[in-house]
Structures are given as structure tokens and as C-alpha cells.
Write a protein that binds this ligand. Sequence first.
Ligand SMILES: Cc1cc2nc3c(=O)[nH]c(=O)nc-3n(C[C@H](O)[C@H](O)[C@H](O)COP(=O)(O)OP(=O)(O)OC[C@H]3O[C@@H](n4cnc5c(N)ncnc54)[C@H](O)[C@@H]3O)c2cc1C
Ligand code: SF4
Length: 548
Amino acid sequence: MAIDDPQREPRAGAGRAPDVMRPGGWVPMREYREDEAVDFAIVGTGAGGGTLACKLAEAGFSVVAFDAGPYWRPLEDFASDECEQQKLYWTDDRIVDGDHPLKMGANNSGRSVGGSTVHFAMVSLRFRPEHFRTRSTLGYGVDWPIDWREMWRYYDEVERTLHISGPVRYPWGPDRGRYPLRAHPLNAAAEYLARGAEALGIDWTETPIATLSAPVGRSHPCVYRGFCVTGCSTNAKQSVLVTWLPRALKAGAEIRDLAMVGRVETKNGRCTGVHYHREGAWRFQKARNVVVAGYAIETPRLLLNSANQEFPEGLANSSGLVGKNLMTQLNQAAWGQVDDEVRSYKGPPSLAISEHWNYTDAGKDYHGGWSYMSQGPLPQVWAKSLAGGRGLWGQALIDEMARNNHSVGLKMVGEVLPYERNRVTLADETDQYGLRIPRITFSMGPNEQAMIDHAVDFMDRSLEATGARERWKEMDDTAHLNGTARMGDDPATSVVDADCRSWDIPNLWICDGSVFPTVGGVNPSLTIQAIACRTGDRIAEMSRKGEL
Ligand SMILES: Cc1cc2nc3c(=O)[nH]c(=O)nc-3n(C[C@H](O)[C@H](O)[C@H](O)COP(=O)(O)OP(=O)(O)OC[C@H]3O[C@@H](n4cnc5c(N)ncnc54)[C@H](O)[C@@H]3O)c2cc1C
Ligand code: SF4
């Protein structure tokens, strides 16, 4: 065992937390007693929970944020090695079923202080405005209870905080100001997207991403090595771990790492605190409010596992919707071979994008939007694609891997509609803490199939237009999980209101991707962080008015 192993021993404690920007460094951390109620106990420190922890601490609330994962020091703990970095994923047992069982683990959930943003691909996009009102404006799905204009202000706040690098003029959507930092230069894979889009007569642009194109504070700019989805060891990546959480600590929040919350306690219809497992024992933290922000699988799991006499169907579940309407995003791809030495894996994986089919509805025989991006898989991921997508194995796989420097591809991020049948429930099996594990049921419908067919065909034609040969289609991939505790205007058809406050328990809040009523055709993390910023401001306002 290493002397300082953050997967075995908590790092935050004794009045200090790791300084993620300085090898071996520490920053002061306030600590709260368990038997004195803090204003907010937050479960999960990812895109939703970490952002909200910062906003609430800066608004003057006492905050303890729990994460089941370790407190990494990226500069010291992260290796440029796909195997080693498996440590970032949530790989506990989960049961998957349905017609299209989801692949869990690396591609869709993280366990770490900072959440899945520690290994996300950094693509940072705003929803199309109509996607906040799909039912009213486009005739499918369900409306959000928040207006896009309000979200636009919060997107500004998040983009400034993450120092998003992006183009001077973004081709789609309402006018917006410039991105805080200039766009990154295209890598060769991105140039193939650009050439194909131009040949087919549609717009493309540099992808807005959360890695620095200029030095900011103690962070150096991106050095284009391409290990972003296994955790960036330079801190150029603007994850929640290196952005919102250091601010939260400075404002007086406490972060408890390696702290698995197993149950939210209630009494007389209100939350009283959380039971959590840390350093080999179950403990209880009293709290005046509880925020659940554990990601679209662990959030409903915790709410359902917290069922008690007062709430026998689980917390916040009078609508019966906790766990339902699970949505992923379609992540199919088209690939081909070219003469140039492309080395797609150099630099952040998605440096060019087209949102053409996210903003264009004419010519579709399905509902919803999709965007597509250039790709840069690392060797293990590429081998899995070739084995799973083309059935290559043995010498055939080795031969194909040897040609990897000449492979080029495009991948979609496509909208999946909300269906109640797609859901998270509790299995009978239990985990290492004795907690029932989640069962994840997922099936696509004809709408998803029609979108995949259109998107993969279009991306294939785009590659063909660049001269790519030996093209093939990867038809089986998904990414990003959302839904399962949707927000809305009506307690009968939603779990939380627009402020992420549970309809049933006034001091229980849910603030992560679970609250999405629909997922849109872009990656979700910017929207999750924008919702968390809005929730923080709304809670502060409600507190001022005595409405908490
Ligand atoms: C490989 C990969 C690439 C991605 N790329 C992009 C991208 O380019 N752009 C984009 O927008 N999105 C991307 N995403 C998705 C994005 O990272 C997630 O949508 C986002 O982080 C989800 O935010 P969240 O707050 O819901 O959950 P998370 O960020 O996952 O945070 C949840 C946290 O809660 C903790 N937790 C859960 N349950 C408990 C419990 N019971 N007790 C204590 N702690 C708990 C977990 O350990 C975790 O740290 C990517 C995701 C992956 C996996
Ligand atoms: S390419 Fe940039 S963001 Fe990605 S791991 Fe390297 S330095 Fe970090």
C-alpha cells in the first residue's frame, strides 16, 4: 500500500484539503461537527453538486459536501495510461437489462471529488433554446420549467468560470458574446470534419471546450497530449475539481472524500441529515437541508434506498417518477482510412463540431437534434470499437490497430426521448456497504433508430467527401445519462420544481443531470452547471425572503 493512497485513506480532514494546483500542497479547510446541523449536506461533488457547493458556500451557508470517491491531486496522481486511470470510473456492480442494455462504467460515470468532470471530454455547449420547450415549440417530449433566456445568463457565468476556449463567432443559436479564451487550433482529425462539412454545404466550427488555450492563474494551457478522458495530469482541463471546489473550500465549505452516503434521514416530513460510510464506519451528519447530486443512476438509487415509514416508496417519489425517464445520448460513429498520418488521438478528442442537425428540423423523419464531432480515441478505446463494432479479433485486430494513425472518425451526440419504461430501480443484490444496487433498464424506440440511421449515413457521406476509404459504421454506443428525477411545473408529473426543490420534502433538493426533462442534442455538463448556479442563486434569494 502506498503511504498516501487517496483510494484508501481520506485526504481531506484535520483542517486541510489537497491543494490541487501544487504538488504536495494543502489549503485550509473548515470542518463542521456531525451533531450540529449544517445548512446544506450535499451528496456528490460533480458537475451539479460541486458547482452548487461553491455557490452556497459563497452565499454564506455552512456546507458539507460528500463524495464516495477519492480526492485526487492530478499533477501527481494521474498517469498517461488508460489502464491506470480506470481508477476514475464508478465500476461497482450494476445490473443492466432492456432491449438495449447500457454499458456502464468508463463511458458514463465517475467516482471522484469533482465527479465525472475529472475524466470528461470537456465539450461545453449550450442547449438549443427550443430544446427547453420541445413540447410547445416542436411537438415532442416535455417542456422545461425554465426559460432559455434565464439559462443564457447562467451559461455565461459557467463559461467564464471554466474559461471556455471557443470560436469568435458561434454559427448556431441566438447571438452570444465571445468565448472567454480563443479557440484551440484544429488537429488533423478536426480538419477532416471541416473538409467534409464544407463539401456537404453545412456550417462547422471549432468546438468550445473546457481546457485552456492560454495560461490562467496557476493552470498552464493545454499541451495537446490527448489523455483528457482519462484525467488531465496538467490541470489545463477545467474540471469541477480544479475550478468550483477550490473556491468552495475558500468560502468555508467542507469536503469529505471517500464518504459514501447510504441513506437520507427524514422526520416529520423533512430531512434531518445523511448516513454516510467513511473510514470503516457508518456516521450521521445533521443538516437543515440535503442536496442529492450523485448522477442519474446514484441519485434515484439513494432516494429509493432511503425509503422509510413516512415515505415507503422512497423520498421525493409521490409522482412515482423517481428513477423513470432515464435518458442517455446516442453516440454512434462513422470511421474511415486516409493516406495522411492523422494521429487522431493528439489533442482533446473533439476539436471541431457541427450542430447543423441540432438546429435544422426540415428533412428529418424523427424528433430531436444531434450534433457531431471529430474523434480521437486512445488505443484501448479504439481496440474496443474495432472488436465490438467490426468484430475484429486476434491478428485481424492487431493488423487494424497498426493502421490507427491513418484512421479518422466522426461521432454523434444525439437526443434520446424520455420514456417512463427506461428507468433505474433497486435490484435485490447488495454492494460492499450492504446497499441495494441499481438495476438499469433501457430500450431505444423507433425515433432513436431513425435518428441513428440519418446521422450515421450523413457522417459517412461527410467522410466519403474527404476521400476516406474502407469506411464503416459503429452502430452501438451511447454516452451521458440524465433524467430519473425530472424538474417540472406540476408535482404529478415531475420530482422537483424549477429550483431543484423536491415537491414532497421542502428541504430536499436534487441538483445534477437527473433533473433534465429532455436531453437535447449536445453534451450535458454545461447545462448541469448552469442549473446548479441558478439553484444556488434561487436558494440564496429564498433564504433572504424566509422561504427556505
Ligand atoms: C468519458 C466521459 C466523457 C464525457 N464528456 C463530456 C463532454 O465532453 N461534455 C459534457 O458536457 N459532458 C461530458 N460527459 C458527461 C458529464 O461528465 C456528466 O454529464 C456530468 O459530469 C454529470 O454531472 P452530475 O453532477 O450529474 O454527476 P457527476 O459529475 O458524475 O458527479 C456525481 C458524483 O457523486 C458522487 N456520488 C454518487 N453517489 C454518491 C453517494 N451515495 N455518496 C457519495 N457520493 C456519491 C460520485 O462519486 C460522483 O463524484 C462525459 C462523461 C464521461 C464519463
Ligand atoms: S490534451 Fe490538454 S486537456 Fe487533454 S489531457 Fe492533455 S493537457 Fe489536458
